[in-house]
Design a protein around this ligand. Structure first.
Ligand SMILES: C[S@@+](CC[C@H](N)C(=O)[O-])C[C@H]1O[C@@H](n2cnc3c(N)ncnc32)[C@H](O)[C@@H]1O
Length: 341
């Protein structure tokens, strides 16, 4: 049962996170050269006050679920304070390179070499980030970059996947369940799942060895969480072998054909009574007053497949992949979509 102290502690930690990353955001804006205004039409955009209120409401919804006993309050997950600060420093040191790319420098990652196993669509400076997904340095500062972008709300958006998982798990024994996180990146959602249900057998899959190494550092050594290198569009799992599949912020990074294959693979590997939960960007029309943000995002952050993603419909793609949409929750700038097979 959550106490008043638990609530205060949750609120204090989330407020501190938001203040920390909002400070980075403000400092970063002062360091970056302004971008030219987009020369294409933009839909409506929210005010900063509206965004802040919506983010607060999201933290409140998470707290209500914690108080209702759906899952425990998240424990602080991240490096020790000195390493945490070092990462902020690295983030700011990298900003000039990011800015140079924003102002016209094109992709610098070479096309894939035959046999290295990495597809060309993957070898790009997503978000203008240095080295794309392909270096230890990129993996080290990714979490800071994402939290700055979302002013401290990235983790809580990922954790909204836990609500449908908690509800689906009612009456099931966690020790009997196997779950997969497709495109697990630095492992933050996996870490939260492991903290909440340490009996689950979890696997994180990603194409980036440095991101997987970072995920291992975050989660620590445990046989309950395996991390494997692999592609979303070719999952190395048998048909109907997993109880649930999650994926956060992967699908908008994929070209349409690969995205369709990834969804079909998720449908293939999950058991008939299993669950699939996708956390990704809201799409056009999910929250019409914010559509302009979806127009602007790929202009300011290199996102080659984002416009196609937000212009489509995740439920329709999932139906085409053999899944049945159950329900969606808009969580700030993301949508948490739940599917049955
Ligand atoms: C935006 S990050 C999201 C990472 C993480 N799920 C999160 O919530 O932060 C996208 C991740 O997907 C991985 N990725 C991209 N294309 C992939 C593919 N085809 N198969 C597996 N992983 C892929 C990248 O290496 C990167 O770690």
């Amino acid at each position: 049962m959550a106490s008043t102290l638990d609530r205060l502690s949750y609120a204090a930690r989330q407020t501190a996170r938001v203040a920390w990353y909002a400070g980075h955001y403000a400092a970063g804006r002062r360091l970056l050269k302004p971008m030219p205004k987009p020369d294409f039409p933009i839909g409506p955009t929210p005010s900063r006050a509206e965004l802040t209120a919506d983010m607060r409401a999201l933290f409140e919804r998470e707290w209500q679920d914690i108080a209702a006993g759906l899952f425990p309050a998240p424990r602080a997950r991240g490096p020790e304070p000195a390493e945490f600060l070092r990462r902020s420093l690295l983030y700011f040191r990298d900003l000039p390179q990011v800015d140079a790319r924003r102002h016209g420098q094109s992709d610098e990652l070479p096309p894939g070499e035959q046999g290295d196993g990495l597809p060309d669509y993957y070898r790009q400076n997503f978000h203008f980030q240095s080295d794309g997904w392909l270096s230890e340095q990129s993996a080290t500062i990714y979490d800071t970059q994402v939290e700055v972008l979302f002013t401290g709300a990235a983790d809580v958006m990922r954790r909204r996947a836990m609500k449908p998982i908690a509800e689906w798990m009612a009456g099931r024994n966690q020790r009997d369940l196997r779950g997969l996180d497709v495109g697990c990146g630095t492992g933050r959602l996996l870490a939260f799942l492991h903290d909440a249900w340490p009996g689950l057998k979890l696997t994180g899959l990603d194409l980036s060895p440095p991101y997987l190494a970072e995920a291992r550092r975050l989660i620590g050594r445990t046989a309950r969480v395996k991390l494997i290198e692999g592609a979303a569009e070719r999952l190395a799992f048998d048909d109907a072998s997993l109880d649930f599949v999650v994926s956060s912020f992967l699908l908008h990074e994929l070209p349409a054909d690969i995205r369709g294959k990834a969804l079909r693979e998720m449908a293939r590997v999950v058991k008939p009574d299993g669950l699939i939960v996708i956390v990704d960007s809201i799409q056009k029309g999910d929250h019409p007053g914010w559509d302009g943000l979806l127009d602007l995002f790929p202009h300011y952050f290199h996102e080659p497949y984002y416009t196609d993603y937000v212009g489509g419909n995740l439920d329709a793609w999932s139906r085409a992949a053999g899944l049945t949409p159950l329900f969606n929750e808009r969580a700030f700038l993301s949508k948490v979509a739940t599917f049955a097979k």
